[in-house]
Design a protein around this ligand. Structure first.
Ligand code: CU
Length: 154
């Protein structure tokens, strides 16, 4: 009976992973950083096509000692980065993790990620599901100016 326990445990692990595919991850990327940098950030688009609200509550990477969920908030006109408990993923919506907003912060890097490689990320949802993501390393501007962003001064 003990021998049968292992394949069963493996099977439930795979089931959990398959279930998590209900959350779609697109455009995952990790910011390339110069040598010696102790931290970097990861961005992606998370779509929850289901009918149940979800939340991202944590994550991990073999490249980082610690992974935190972060947001940017305006405090007295100054953009500040804050650690958050969770990133809400409302049913039927896409949440963009992007420079200047929600992002994953990787601390205590084993080594700085370089362009051309991919960083493995594990995301944990509030329902206990986990999701594996391979995020290519790219150069990411601190604040991506898109669309009308350039015309904000007008
Ligand atoms: Cu951050």
């Amino acid at each position: 009976m003990r021998i049968a326990a292992l394949p069963l445990a493996l099977f439930s692990l795979f089931s959990a992973t398959a279930l998590a595919q209900s959350l779609t991850v697109e455009d995952a990327r990790v910011r390339a950083v110069p040598p010696g940098s102790p931290t970097t950030a990861a961005f992606m688009d998370l779509t929850n096509p289901g009918e149940t609200d979800l939340a991202l509550v944590g994550g991990a990477s073999p490249l980082a000692g610690t992974l935190e969920l972060h947001n940017h908030v305006m405090v007295e006109g100054v953009m500040q980065m804050r650690q958050v408990e969770e990133i809400p993923l409302p049913a039927g919506e896409t949440v963009r993790l992007a420079p200047g907003g929600w992002h994953l912060m990787l601390f205590e890097l084993a080594r700085p990620p370089v362009e051309g490689e991919s960083v493995a990320l594990t995301l944990t949802l509030d329902n206990g599901e986990t999701l594996s993501v391979e995020a290519p390393v790219r150069r990411v501007q601190p604040m991506e100016m898109q669309g009308d962003g350039q015309h904000m001064g007008q």
